[in-house]
Design a protein around this ligand. Structure first.
Ligand code: GLC
Length: 449
């Protein structure tokens, strides 16, 4: 077989391995809803379906709130003003980077760092923006909540392995750290996942919004559910709406190909976060690296000496895929000499194959949740989406939309995918405002109005 014949055969094989066709999408949706049902009923499921003890805002909430937003290595402290008419503005903000070393430190050290960031933010903005002592804490990891302002970390995701936090109440840990920094009059009013923040931020101005989705370093979603359909919520009126965090990154009824399996084996959490490892920004670069190494080994791309450029684990990121797909010559910018246009074209094609699958799986997961709420897609669903993949990756949205068109034809127009930048941070303030009249630890339900 000619060189180009062998290359083409290999690419067709990769397209099959990373394929996610209509039939697979339909099966995925049915398994996904099955897991949703089991999770809601409190049975063993790869979808945790965690109630957030908060409902959607009505748009008239107002005031100024302070928020602490830990999404991954990015930490933000900010104050947000809600005008009571659906308008939210960030009045002060500061971004910090969590040092790599803290991702493997002790809980005490990590939370002390968070409290120091709050303190240094206050030093900068003490005069005008700190009247509110109610802090909303967006903590974007799987946390089982038992009230709007308390929750136990199930396990770390996204490369964090901080000791002494799993199984502990992260709000209590933050409160202790704040008091160690002498910030004693702060009250952590609400704890929220970033998906919940994103939903709340969008919903504050758009009451049709009924899903929050993150497509960034990690991936996950939330939606509003009737309390009566959630196990162990008998103390809340059954028609009351509660936002449920799916933790869909851990969904596991999806087939892994040999590259997914290799990535999983070498990860910090083998066996966990199966869907996240196929979809989210933290893993797409690594999938690409594993495929490229395989192509070098098979002799269909570059040559064996150039293997060294792809040796280091996690040395490629989703940005590499997005730049390659957009036609940039990333091989030269990586300092690899003597590569051809053909090499770059193949790299772009592999990037497309991996990212298109991610987008199609994400769309199918959204479809599963929307059709759970509205089986025949009779009404418009505004879906708040935040995260770099959705915001910046060329074609990601288009690939999601074509999956929805394949699934539902004309009715796919009822899926309104809305970019909601900064959603998790602004949403945290909305959560604090809603929490002021909801259900907090040691208090009765006070949410009926
Ligand atoms: C991971 C976390 C989840 C978060 C998501 C997006 O999947 O477990 O809680 O929402 O990343 O940041």
């Amino acid at each position: 077989m000619t060189d180009s014949g062998q290359k083409e055969k290999m690419m067709t094989h990769l397209e099959e391995l990373f394929g996610f066709d209509l039939e697979q999408a339909r099966t995925f949706i049915s398994f996904f809803q099955d897991e949703m049902k089991r999770g809601l009923a409190g049975n063993q499921s790869s979808l945790k379906m965690i109630p957030s003890y908060i409902g959607r805002p009505i748009g008239s909430e107002q005031g100024e709130y302070m928020a602490l937003d830990l999404g991954g290595t990015n930490l933000r402290v900010l104050t947000v003003r809600l005008d009571g008419r659906g308008g939210a503005s960030v009045t002060a903000a500061r971004r910090f980077t969590v040092p790599q070393s803290l991702m493997h430190a002790t809980g005490h050290e990590l939370f002390d760092f968070l409290a120091r960031c709050v303190s240094s933010f206050l030093d900068d903005h003490s005069s005008k923006n700190t009247r509110s002592r109610h802090l909303a804490f967006t903590f974007s990891f799987p946390v089982v909540q038992n009230a709007v302002n308390s929750g136990i970390l199930l396990r770390w995701t996204k490369g964090f392995a901080v000791s002494g936090v799993e199984g502990k109440d992260v709000v209590a840990m933050l409160a202790d750290a704040l008091s160690r920094q002498c910030l004693k009059n702060f009250r952590v009013a609400a704890l929220a996942n970033d998906t919940v923040g994103t939903l709340m931020a969008k919903c504050y101005a758009d009451p049709d919004c009924d899903m929050g989705v993150i497509l960034g370093t990690g991936t996950n979603a939330c939606y509003p559910e009737k309390a009566g359909r959630i196990a162990n919520m008998s103390n809340v009126p059954e028609n009351r709406e509660i936002i449920v965090n799916l933790e869909w990154g851990d969904f596991n009824r999806i087939e892994q190909n040999i590259f997914d399996q290799a990535l999983d084996r070498q990860s910090l959490n083998p066996g966990a976060q199966r869907l996240e490892k196929m979809v989210s920004g933290m893993y797409l670069g690594e999938l690409l690296r594993l495929v490229l190494l395989n192509l070098i080994e098979k002799g269909v791309w570059l040559n064996p000496e150039q293997r060294c450029h792809f040796q280091r684990i996690h040395s490629l990121s989703s940005e590499h895929l997005s730049r390659a797909e957009a036609g940039e010559d990333i091989l030269s910018s990586m300092g690899i000499p003597g590569t051809t246009k053909e090499d770059a074209a193949l790299l772009a094609r592999v990037s497309h194959i991996i990212a298109a699958r991610a987008a199609r799986i994400a769309a199918a997961a959204i479809a599963a949740v929307v059709t759970w709420m509205d089986e025949n897609i009779e009404k418009r669903h505004s879906i708040a989406i935040d995260g770099s993949l959705f915001e910046k990756y060329p074609q990601f949205r288009t690939n999601m939309e074509s999956m929805l068109v394949e699934l539902y034809g004309g009715r796919s127009a009822h899926f309104d995918l809305c970019l909601t930048p900064d959603g998790s941070a602004v949403g945290a303030a909305v959560i604090a405002a809603v929490a002021a009249k909801t259900y907090t630890r040691d208090e009765e339900w006070v949410g009926d109005s």
